[in-house]
Design a protein around this ligand. Structure first.
Ligand code: ADP
Ligand code: ASP
Ligand code: MG
Length: 442
């Protein structure tokens, strides 16, 4: 079928390619439109609750092999995951040689990145064979630089040349190549990034990201039952939500498509008739009434509270405090402050065991009256482009939390009024999200 869109890049997540049955659904979606020309697969994910993703099995093989453990059962499970798919689809492709190469490399102590990347590599081979598209190894078209950073320019030049004039192709997600030829993966969930990179390289009209939910939901479905899907959202709002834990789309997958103004459409492989969520640069021209676009949150934050009388009159106070964090290589998330107090919110994982170093460096640098480090804070982000200029939004959040007896430990509102961040005790994290959802979204 010809559609409005001429060229689409379609990425299928792990659950969309977890079994032969899911492969059939994904292939039907690809074949339903000629425009779905470039396909980015993930590794087989969970088939049911409690199942293990192939990527996790691969990581387990590497971990066990490094510590001298027995990884044969995990490896057999991996090979049978692929063989079941191949058999279920009645394909003639045989992966035995590929399995052997991987097995040998693990035995000889290859890198974790190489091992983890094989889930996508093998699934790409199977999918390419099933739908009859050319297979292009991501190691030939996605590049990292010497410092381990994704090399966007080189990748875009090489990939766009390689894909120019191709009718279609399968490019496995999640990995690329280092300058020394070794494999490097993105962080977990990184196939979303590959999809966005391919979309930019072929200047796609749209990047479709097929997953197991009918779009970006207003709230994590594991916290609130059946949250409403978001029909349209801006890149900026999405980045805020993804960064704060709405894990449906990898937070870094936004940059490549945003650069090229390519919209993303999140769709459900199990309900292809649902329109999903459209992610765009600007919602001008679309009618959107919800005050709040979405809510997300993450646990595991610490607050370092620094108190000093008259600190507001000491010029350079804030700069000296932040320099301490920079020198210790600890990134900060927020810096809410008062007249005589400055708080620095950081990831607990970055400060655990370094509390003494932090406190003594701050002491030396700004000589405060008190320093207090408090762990176990959860941050909840309430995001919405329509909140700007609307009085009373924060008040509604506070009363919703007060009604549930939830104490707010921190508040931070960006001056763009795109989001309000609230810090609560981890023990009230889930209740806080539910209360805010009820207030604004139901
Ligand atoms: P895939 O394997 O297709 O990449 P992911 O597991 O990475 O899929 O992302 C989809 C999952 O993200 C959903 O199944 C859901 O549990 C979770 N999720 C968390 N927050 C949200 C949200 N706000 N909207 C939709 N899904 C969310
Ligand atoms: N398979 C990888 C992971 O499990 C990448 C991805 O699914 O996007 O993290
Ligand atoms: Mg994902």
């Amino acid at each position: 079928m010809k559609t409005l869109y001429e060229k689409k890049v379609v990425k299928f997540g792990g659950s969309s390619l977890a079994s032969a049955e899911q492969f059939v659904k994904s292939a039907n979606i690809i074949k339903a439109e000629e425009s779905r020309r470039f396909v980015v697969p993930s590794a087989p994910g969970k088939r049911f609750d409690g199942d293990t993703k192939v990527t996790d099995l691969l990581i387990s093989c590497h971990t066990k092999s490094v510590s001298g453990g027995d990884w044969s059962a995990d490896f057999t499970e991996i090979t049978s995951r692929y063989n079941d798919i191949i058999k279920g689809l009645s394909l003639s492709i045989d992966l035995s040689d590929e399995f052997e190469t991987i097995r040998e490399k693990i035995s000889k102590g290859t890198t974790l990145d190489y091992v983890a990347s094989r889930g996508e590599y093998l699934n790409g081979l199977v999918l390419a064979s099933y739908i009859g598209y050319e297979f292009i190894d991501a190691a030939e078209v996605i590049f990292f630089d010497v410092s381990g950073k994704f090399d966007a320019n080189k990748t875009n030049i090489v990939m766009s040349q390689r894909l120019a004039g191709k009718k279609n192709a399968v490019i496995p997600g999640f990995y690329g190549v280092n300058p020394d030829g070794s494999i490097k993966t993105f962080s977990r969930g990184g196939s979303d990034i590959t999809g966005a990179i391919v979309a930019r390289a072929v200047v796609a009209d749209i990047y479709e990201n097929w997953t197991d939910v009918s779009g970006f939901l207003m709230c994590d479905p594991r916290i609130v039952d059946n949250p409403r899907p978001i029909s349209i959202i801006t890149y900026r709002e999405l980045r805020e939500l993804s960064y704060m834990g709405a894990s449906v789309l990898h937070e870094d997958s936004i940059f490549p498509v945003k650069l090229a103004s390519i919209p993303i459409n999140i769709r459900n492989t199990n309900r292809p008739e649902d329109p999903g969520t459209l992610i765009v640069t600007s919602t001008d021209g679309y009618r959107t009434e919800d005050l709040i676009t979405g809510i997300a949150g993450k646990k595991g934050f610490s607050v370092i509270r620094i108190e000093k009388d008259m600190m507001n009159q000491e010029s350079g106070f804030g700069m000296r405090v932040l320099k301490v964090f920079a020198d210790l290589d600890i990134p900060f998330e927020h810096i809410p402050s008062g007249i005589d107090t400055m708080c620095v919110v950081v990831n607990t994982a970055d400060v655990k065991g370094r509390e003494y170093d932090i406190a003594s460096s701050i002491q030396k640098s700004v000589n405060p009256d008190h320093i207090h480090i408090d762990n176990n804070m959860g941050l909840v982000a309430v995001v919405g482009r329509n909140m700007a200029g609307q009085p009373g939004t924060a008040a509604r959040i506070f009363s919703a939390l007060a009604r549930k007896n939830i104490n707010i430990r921190m508040i931070d509102q960006g001056s763009s009024e795109l989001n309000i961040i609230i810090g609560v005790d981890e023990s009230s994290f889930t209740r806080a999200i539910k209360a805010i959802y009820k207030e604004f979204c139901s």
